[in-house]
Ligand binder design. Structure first.
Ligand SMILES: [Zn+2]
Length: 509
């Protein structure tokens, strides 16, 4: 017996995370047709330090943030292409962008951590109102906002400062969170009455059942249940609580930026499994005896940094295959999936690739993909040259790192024995040749990478990305070359000495 089921997701949203990663807006705009074709109807714009703030907030913008004119033109183009714009503003945790600055330092919940704001400080709300107003006003000039995402995830420091502790009532973390969310909602509501507010759900997950009894419903606030893993760790209890207390539930997956804070290439298999699992989970979802529940939308998150202070992870142009593949998964589930009495996931997946995904990929990227080897090297998408270069870059960097620890190359011995004053001069010459070759290889691929990345990103970011990726290997090579160069003068050697001389042995603290 086969039954046909489908998911109804009104909003399919792609998250554009710009924090410290200034994508060229013309490139983003060039992706509109591809996104449209694969069912995207909204963009979650996380500008962070790329937004041109003004007044007291002016230092929250990076030196190379977008200009007002270019950003407005971009938003107009997005609107013309039929995309709903949902700005994402952090209003509780992940506020490093502001709290790192001297002028907002006093708003931190814990002085040494610039991530969480103190909700009890009256000045915090003044600052947040200014922030929200600037974003709302800017967008209003293009189109009124239907939704605004106010973040509220990963508030690592909550209820710890003196002001919070001194509040007249005995206030729990839960109360503080609920009150703050309501306060921010009121701010949004006073500035733009028809805008619904979205929040990430993770800070709500540990609220106990009895505590939920005392929480009133959040009118006009939608909750976004995020899970980027496979298997999902989503619980029915939490979904049920959200269903009872919030206007709508959205879900969030990840098409990039969830597999390591320094990842270079997206792990497409993991991203595929994450999206498949979500769709499989919500298809035909019911709360008890109620009708099938329609989740309001899905946000495909694409993190560029784990936080403001973290290094960049995967770049957007190399993650396009993951984005498109996962949009195809969603489209498949929206158009209907045949379920037999015994569901074999593998059969569903293979069917999906055979009947739909590969036909679409072939049309968009001129390639066929085997589900067991999700390798997009042969696919033709804008960015495929960068994708292949990145793969080479990873290989070269790994080879160099391996040579440093390899017994065959013996680089690890150079530093120690140069201090001990006994290196075989014949080996030293050979090592120098190898080190120079390794350095040339890295510089060569760096130059090729820079030429590609600058097509998509501001040149300041290109420098940062490449410097940071090669830093450990280049530093090691340069250090060894310095040692070897110093060692190459004509010299005499002293007699062999005991090994624990002060300048050699590393003393534990
Ligand atoms: Zn506080």
């Amino acid at each position: 017996m086969l039954s046909n089921k489908s998911v109804r997701l009104e909003n399919v949203v792609v998250h554009i995370d710009l924090k410290g990663t200034p994508l060229k807006l013309s490139y983003l705009e060039s992706l509109f047709p591809l996104m449209k074709k694969h069912g995207v109807n909204s963009l979650l714009m996380e500008y962070e330090d790329m937004f041109p703030y003004e007044g007291k907030l002016v230092n929250m913008s990076a030196e190379y943030c977008y200009s007002k004119v270019e950003l407005k033109n971009f938003l107009r183009a997005a609107q013309k292409s039929g995309f709903e714009i949902i700005p994402l503003i952090q209003t509780f945790g992940h506020l490093e962008n502001a709290l790192k600055l001297a002028e907002f330092q006093h708003l931190r919940e814990v002085p040494s951590y610039p991530d969480s704001i103190c909700p009890s400080n009256i000045e915090s709300l003044v600052f947040l109102r200014d922030l929200i107003k600037q974003i709302i006003d800017f967008h209003k000039e293009v189109a009124p906002l239907k939704f605004l995402h106010i973040g509220c995830d990963e508030v690592f420091h909550i209820n710890q400062c003196q002001l919070c502790k001194e509040r007249s009532e005995i206030i729990t973390n839960r109360d503080l969170l609920v009150q703050h969310v309501r306060a921010i909602y009121e701010v949004v509501n006073s500035l733009s009455a028809k805008t619904a507010v979205l929040i990430w759900d993770d800070m709500l997950r540990d609220i106990k059942a009895y505590e939920w009894l005392n929480i009133e419903s959040f009118n006009n606030i939608h909750v976004v249940y995020w899970d980027y893993g496979s298997p999902l760790r989503v619980t029915h209890q939490n979904l049920y609580r959200y269903h009872k207390k919030f206007e709508h539930i959205w879900i969030a997956s990840a098409y990039k930026g969830a597999d390591g804070r320094t990842a270079t290439i997206t792990d497409v298999s993991k991203r595929f499994r994450n999206h498949f699992d979500w769709m499989h989970y919500i298809i035909g979802y019911r709360f008890g005896g109620e009708d099938v529940y329609n989740f309001k939308g899905i946000i495909l998150t694409g993190w560029s940094r784990y936080s403001h202070m973290d290094p960049p992870c995967e770049l957007l142009p190399v993650s396009i295959p993951s984005l498109v593949l996962n949009l195809l998964v969603i489209q498949n589930f929206k158009s209907g999936i045949s379920y037999s009495k015994i569901n074999h996931e593998r059969d569903i997946i293979q069917n999906m690739f055979r009947k739909h995904i590969n036909i679409e990929l072939n049309e968009s990227f001129k390639c066929l993909i085997d589900y067991d080897h999700l390798d997009f090297s042969v696919c033709k998408f804008e960015g495929h040259e960068l994708y292949n270069l990145m793969k080479q870059y990873i290989m070269i960097n790994s080879e160099v790192a391996f040579k440093f620890i390899s017994e065959e190359y013996a680089f690890a011995s150079v530093e120690y024995y140069s201090n001990m004053n006994t290196i075989n001069m014949n080996n030293v010459i050979e090592m120098k040749v190898q080190l120079v070759t390794m350095l040339d290889e890295i510089i060569n691929i760096e130059n090729r990478l820079a030429t590609e990345i600058v097509k998509y990103y501001h040149h300041n970011f290109v420098r940062e990305y490449i410097d940071y990726k090669s830093y450990p290997n280049k530093k090691r090579i340069m250090q060894l070359l310095n040692i070897i160069n110093n060692y190459m003068e004509v010299r005499t050697w002293r007699k062999r000495t005991v090994s624990n001389s002060e300048n050699v042995t590393i003393q534990p603290n």
